[in-house]
Design a protein around this ligand. Structure first.
Ligand code: FAD
Length: 340
């Protein structure tokens, strides 16, 4: 196996929260290696909604998810993090001297004084609808995320689902697509009220067609090119919607994957932490962001940012034992390379 690479902190997950942890660790003179299963940084922001604006990042009235990741990348760059992308962390085990050994699917071995798990929802993947022959269409005319809105220009798009993603994308793609059809098994949508109101307005204007209460029943087409989506009511009444694309938004399948086997104290697919320190049940292992839970946890990027700061302060004594850590503001300390 490959030689061990030594570092202060190994961060598992390069989503927004893992990225900000690099900054917080850097400010406390702790070097980081960061591992992510995806081949890009940014986690859910990059993989699921790069072009969607986020409205609750302090200081940014609105920022597209991809831009937030770009800014975080800029903010962490002075601390020269070492990235290991496109590889999943498969094992976490105790190493000599109270250190931890992180091993990846690509055989990378990282020996660290502390580990921060910022693994989001784990190895995440979309919930796929159970339709015959689905595989041949996936990636060609069935997509679980929208990378570029313009790919849908002039297309007849069927959107399935009743949550935020379905409603938001119906509203957004209605501006470019030839036709939007929303398939949902009931008339009520579980999404932000303003977004639902917008969807109703677009329906009245004839830009969106509501196909309720229907469920997906089948796909029609050849060689991955869709011509129609078959839908059915619970009573079995079927019809075919002429369409070029199907976007099923049935949420993410939570799969902690190997993380479930590391001996951490879990609660319903999340890692239980002590909120003030982000400590897990294992010494030297901290968890932050969507994967971490405690009473009252809000799954928001901004909570994750605060947890990143807490985890860095908690890891400090493991990385710099015996040193007294005085709390300082970033303005006092300055960031390496930042303008004076
Ligand atoms: P993630 O972004 O999930 O990143 C975790 C990373 O860890 C992933 O890249 C994954 O590949 C990696 N990983 C997991 N397991 C392993 C492993 N074993 N080995 C290697 N890598 C691993 N939040 C807001 O605050 N405001 C919003 O407006 C908002 N809008 C949203 C809209 C949508 C459509 C969605 C889906 C989410 C939205 N969120 C929003 C939620 C927000 O995106 C998450 O809270 C945030 O991404 C959590 O960040 P994270 O870094 O904890 O995890």
């Amino acid at each position: 196996s490959s030689p061990e690479q030594h570092t202060d902190v190994a961060i598992i997950g390069a989503g927004p929260v893992g990225l900000f942890a690099i900054f917080e660790c850097g400010m406390l003179r702790m070097k980081c290696h960061v591992i992510d299963a995806l081949d890009v940084i940014g986690g859910q922001c990059a993989a699921l909604y790069p072009e969607k604006p986020i409205y609750d990042i302090p200081g940014y009235p609105s920022i597209d998810a991809a831009d937030l990741i770009e800014r975080l990348n800029e903010q962490t760059a002075p601390f020269s993090p070492v990235y290991h992308l496109g590889q999943q962390v498969v094992s976490l085990s105790r190493a000599e001297g109270d250190r931890w050994l992180v091993e990846t699917s690509a055989g990378t071995r990282i020996n660290a004084k502390a580990v921060i798990v910022a693994a989001g929802v784990g190895a995440f993947g979309p919930n796929r609808p159970p339709l015959d022959g689905l595989e041949q269409y996936e990636g060609k005319s069935v997509h679980y995320l929208v990378r570029r809105r313009l790919d849908y220009a002039g297309k007849r798009v069927v959107i399935a689902g009743g949550g935020d993603s379905a409603v938001d994308w119906a509203n957004s793609l209605a501006e470019v697509a030839a036709k939007i059809m929303v398939v949902h098994r009931r008339a009520k949508f579980r999404a932000a009220p303003e977004s639902v109101a917008r969807l109703e307005q677009l329906t009245k204007e004839g830009k969106v067609e509501m196909v309720v209460p229907y469920q997906l029943a089948g796909l029609e087409g050849t060689d991955g090119t869709l011509t129609g989506v078959r839908v059915a009511t619970l009573d079995g009444d079927e019809k075919v919607l002429d369409a070029d694309v199907l976007l099923p938004f049935f949420g993410l399948a939570m799969n902690l994957g190997p993380i479930a086997d590391w001996g951490l104290n879990l609660e319903r697919h999340h890692i239980k932490i002590e909120q003030s320190t982000c400590a897990t049940s294992l010494p030297g292992i901290f968890a932050i962001g969507d994967i971490a839970t405690y009473p009252g946890k809000l799954k928001l990027i901004l909570s994750g940012f605060a947890e990143a700061a807490a985890a860095a302060y908690s890891a400090f004594p493991l990385v710099h034992p015996g040193e007294v850590l005085h709390f300082e503001y970033s303005t006092t300390k300055g960031v390496p390379g930042a303008a004076e």
